[in-house]
Design a protein around this ligand. Structure first.
Ligand code: ADP
Ligand code: MG
Length: 985
């Protein structure tokens, strides 16, 4: 399978492997190496999916290739290749397809570059997180704890950063409410131990060096933030304080064998682009030499000290530190302006069996004949960089501008190289400075590089801290450079809070409901108890009463018995005595009873009398009742008589009006005739006698025309005839006549004409509407007002006319007419006109803003059912338009009717007996209820009960079902009905 895959495909598959899984592979690899397990691949094939194994394999081969280049002689190459083959061959028999044939695999494997399949170190060093990003600088940020001074000075302030080590994030506080978040490879808090810092920052690099790679560890940051503490701390007083240099050497010494391997160290200082030897201060201008072939960098002039134990290394570091201090004093510089560079060269000679690849070789007997020595060389460079704080360009610290520039040169060149590497740029400007030239072979490519950026917590140095963080961010690979914007998300917070609030509200409602229910239950229970107690009490009372009655009866009986006994006894005694003394005693006894009997009979008589008088009284009452009934009947008939008379009166009035109309017609006709006559006369006078007969004829024909020449006109009402004869313009001109009578007649004529739909357009076109409106304004006469308003009402049935009326200020005129009128008929006309306008969707807001609704509601003061019916009709029309608008989504919020206070009137009159009013009101209620925005108000005003009633009792089936529908489709109504346990089904 391996062979059948093209290289590209393999690359693709390898890339797919998840990063965490790679870490697992690495860990596994380390474990197996430690356990000296014979067959590495078998372990991987068992534990990991095949994708994985391949990716690992390619990383592994890449590594092997690199290793070859560090060994010398072609024999080694042969050996390595042999190892590849054998290691592949030794994989378990999980699948024969995994066994490649030697030649093809070799070429395939050779082509797989580390760049394509993850960094060489990635597969070996244990820091596989950036595998696939060769030469990527791993960046850790370390926060120094507050020092004594900061504890006091910044006591009231928060640190300028907040670390989230578990997320590998750092939040930089911009101000009290805003932070920027950055991701790093490692985030080390102020509590991070030196051991932990070593393990995450330096250990992978040191392991790489032991495996034959070069590596660099650098610390960058503002002076005083802990660069030297992190890298160079000797920890002689407290072992826990040991810095990276010391720990790295410990690890190296533990790993190498002193017989076969060697460790040599140089310690240098770079200041103003000059390399000084910290182990030999006299040696203060060391040249950097690069091997043009291998690219190896060396400093032949620098002291190289062999290290064989930790103690000698510590002494060397101490010496270097002392010399650094001395050199700085001599040069009058600060150590914070120079870079300190420790170089550790590790050279290991490996016997084949010690080699990693030979470990995995289950068939070692096959390769035993090829056993040349292997040498692995690795170089570790630890750089304690100059303070990152900006140097004052003015040179106030005793430097010239030139000096200031060159002090910074290496640092800025380093930044450029790091950025170039991070961006995978093809050109890395190593040549720009001494420092970067020195790091050339230990930086990028196959080398592993770790950068610790050190920051302090003080908000006073936020600027420097920010620039340090940005330096670190640029060092991360571009696509890895996540600057997470974590703006405080008020929206989602408010959403969350809203949801919480809603939940609380719901809960509260439920509790309230439960509370009400509980109270109800208790009340019912109490009622039950009371009625129970009452009935018990009543029963007991009854029993008691019964008992007493029985007792009473019994005692009466006893008494009677006793009495009769005594009587008998007495009689017996008397008899006995009488036998002795004769009968007179008996007669004496009779005499004593006689007066009592008399009394009784008297009482009886009295009683009889009483009974008689009672009967008489009852008879009297009955008689009176009958009389009352008769009176009532009379009253009813009287009422109907009155009604009849009323009607008659009305008829009479109508008759009178009609006659008046006719009179007006005749008047106008007369007027017209006289006008025509005048004209004719004038014509006659002008033209002399030549045309004597013409005008007279025409006049005559005018007069005769309707009756004689057009018999159809004979049927037409006089007004229409007049219209045809006289002409509209003339009639309208009479509306402005001086004579009030003429005006009245003219307006009546126009009103009559306007009542016919056919005439309406002509009237309006001729300016009749304007004239009618003017009449409302310019006259005081109530009749004119009434008739004109009626005409306007008729014209207002047409939509175009409605707009015209509004445009000409009709609402204002109608309103003021309504306000001044007393006559119900005038009010009826005005209300009718406004009611018509109310039915126009387009005029709703204008109508209302000009006081139309208010005028309408104002007219209810008159109380006449005809007026009220028009008002109700207007309201219903308006409500209908509103509900239409809210259905189309063009209307929001409460109804304008409700805002103008119509609702209470509606509710008050909803039960009126007058059918016309009632129907309109019911419709209005239904329309209002269709808009949920009105529901609350309708509940408050009690309109909901009218709706319930309508939905149950309305005689018109369509209104009934409309009311029902509106009730059931409004959540507000439903809630209210449920709350009050009203069932509307
Ligand atoms: P730099 O080299 O960046 O100028 P130093 O390493 O000299 O800074 O540190 C300045 C001071 O802060 C020293 O006294 C050092 O002991 C202290 N310090 C720095 N980092 C830490 C830390 N992580 N824990 C405790 N003390 C620290
Ligand atoms: Mg320092």
């Amino acid at each position: 399978v391996l062979l059948e895959f093209s290289r590209e495909k393999l690359k693709l598959r390898a890339k797919k492997v998840k990063e965490f899984s790679r870490e697992l592979v690495i860990v596994k690899l380390r474990e197996t190496r430690e356990k000296k397990e014979e067959n590495l691949l078998s372990v991987f094939l068992q534990d990991f999916p095949i994708d994985f194994v391949w990716s690992f394999l390619f990383g592994f081969y890449a590594f092997e290739e690199e290793e070859m280049s560090t060994t010398s002689g072609t024999g080694a190459v042969n050996y390595r290749n042999g190892t590849h083959r054998s290691s592949l061959r030794t994989q378990p028999s999980t699948s024969s397809a995994h066994k490649p044939s030697s030649l093809k695999s070799k070429s395939l494997l050779r082509k797989s570059s580390p760049a394509a399949l993850g960094g060489a170190g990635g597969s070996k060093s244990g820091s596989g997180g950036d595998a696939g990003v060769p030469g990527r600088v791993r960046v850790a940020v370390r926060l120094r704890p507050r020092n004594g001074e900061e504890m006091i000075a910044d006591a009231d302030f928060a640190d300028c950063v907040e670390l989230q080590p578990e997320l590998k994030r750092l939040k930089l506080r911009k101000n009290n409410w805003d932070t920027d978040t950055f991701e790093f490879d490692e985030v080390l808090t102020e509590y991070a131990s030196q051991k932990r810092v070593y393990e995450v920052v330096a250990k992978p690099v040191v392991e790489g060096v032991l495996d034959g790679y070069n590596g660099t560890i650098m610390a960058y940051g503002q002076t005083g933030t802990g660069k030297t503490y992190t890298l160079g701390q000797l920890g002689e007083e407290d072992v826990a304080d040991r810095g990276i240099m010391v720990r790295a050497m410990e690890d190296i010494l533990a790993e190498v064998s002193l017989e076969t391997d060697s460790i040599s160290v140089s310690y240098l200082q770079l200041y103003m682009e000059t390399v000084q030897d910290l182990l030999d201060p006299s040696n203060d201008n060391i040249a950097i030499v690069e091997d043009p072939k291998s690219g190896d960098v060396s400093l032949p002039g620098a002291t190289l000290v062999e290290i064989r134990d930790q103690q000698s290394f510590l002494e060397l570091l101490q010496l270097g530190e002392d010399h650094r201090f001395a050199a700085n004093t001599k040069l009058n510089t600060e150590s914070s302006r120079s870079h300190a560079i420790l170089m550790v060269n590790v050279r290991r000679s490996l016997k084949p069996r010690d080699g990693l690849s030979s470990e995995s070789n289950g068939n070692s007997h096959m390769t035993k004949s090829l056993k040349p020595p292997v040498v692995r060389k690795g170089k570790l460079v630890v750089v304690d960089l100059a303070g990152s704080e900006r140097i004052n360009k003015s040179g106030s610290e005793g430097h010239t501008l030139e000096e200031a520039k060159s002090i910074n040169l290496s640092l800025s060149a380093l930044g450029k190289c790091i950025n170039a590497l991070a961006e995978n740029s093809s050109h890395v400007p190593f040549r720009d400075s001494k420092l970067t030239r020195l790091l050339r072979d230990s930086f990028g490519g196959t080398a592993r590089t770790s950068l610790v950026i050190t920051i302090g917590p003080s908000p006073r140095h936020r600027g420097e801290t920010t620039s340090t963080i940005m330096f670190g961010q640029r060092a991360m690979k571009v696509e890895n450079m996540v600057k997470l914007k974590e703006e405080f998300d008020y929206k989602s917070l408010s959403r969350r809070l809203e949801i919480q609030l809603d939940n609380l509200i719901e809960e509260n409602e439920r509790q309230q409901k439960a509370f009400v229910d509980e109270i109800e239950r208790i009340t019912v229970e109490a009622h039950n108890q009371i009625s129970e107690a009452e009935s018990r009490y009543a029963n007991a009372l009854e029993d008691e009463k019964q008992r007493y009655q029985n007792d009473y009866m019994e005692s009466i009986k006893k008494l009677e018995e006793n009495w009769s006994k005594n009587q008998k006894k007495l009689a017996a005694e008397r008899l006995a005595l009488g036998e002795k003394n004769g009968l007179d005693i008996t007669s004496n006894g009779n005499r004593s009873i006689a007066p009592a009997l008399e009394e009784v009979s008297e009482l009886k008589k009295l009683l009889q009398k009483e009974a008689q008088s009672k009967m008489a009284a009852e008879e009297e009452v009955n008689r009176l009742k009958q009389q009352l009934n008769e009176f009532k009947k009379v009253e009813v008939s009287g009422n109907s008589e009155i009604m009849r008379l009323h009607k008659m009166l009305e008829n009479e009035t109508q008759q009178k009006e009609k006659l008046e109309g006719e009179i007006a017609t005749l008047h106008s006709q007369l007027l017209q005739l006289s006008l025509t006559a005048d004209e004719t006369r004038r014509n006659l006078e002008q033209h002399g006698s030549e045309k004597t007969s013409g005008p007279r004829d025409s006049l005559m024909s005018q007069l005769r025309l309707p009756q004689i020449q057009d018999p159809g006109n004979a049927e037409k009402p006089p007004v229409a005839r007049l219209f045809e004869q006289v002409g509209l313009q003339k009639i309208l001109s009479l509306l402005e006549a001086e004579d009030a009578d003429v005006r009245i007649h003219a307006v009546k004529v126009v009103a009559n004409l306007a009542a016919e739909e056919a005439n309406q357009q002509q009237i309006v076109e001729a300016g009749g509407l304007t004239s009618l409106l003017m009449l409302l304004k310019n006259t005081e006469d109530e009749t004119i007002h009434r008739v004109a308003a009626g005409a306007i009402a008729n014209l207002a049935m047409n939509e175009t006319n409605q707009e015209l009326i509004m445009d000409q200020g009709g609402i204002g005129l109608l309103s003021s007419t309504a306000a001044n009128a007393e006559d119900p008929q005038t009010l009826r006309m005005v209300a009718g006109a406004i009611a018509n306008l109310c039915g126009n969707d387009k005029l709703q807001t204008k109508l209302r803003s000009e006081g139309g609704i208010a005028a309408l509601l104002g007219m209810v003061r008159c109380g006449h059912p005809d007026v009220l019916a028009q008002v109700a009709r207007g309201i219903a029309n308006f409500a209908k338009c509103e509900s239409r608008a809210s259905n189309q989504g063009t209307k929001r919020g409460k109804s304008l009717l409700i805002e103008d206070g119509a609702l209470s009137w509606i509710v008050q009159n909803a039960k009126t007996e007058t059918a016309a009013i009632r129907r309109h009101i019911e419709l209005a209620l239904c329309h209002l209820a269709q808009h949920e925005g009105n529901a609350k108000e309708m509940v408050k005003e009690g309109a909901i009960w009218e709706l319930v009633r309508i939905s149950r009792d309305c005689s018109r089936e369509d209104i009934r079902s409309l009311a029902h529908r509106t009730l059931t489709s409004s959540p507000t109504f439903l809630t209210e009905l449920r709350r009050l346990r009203v069932d509307i089904r």
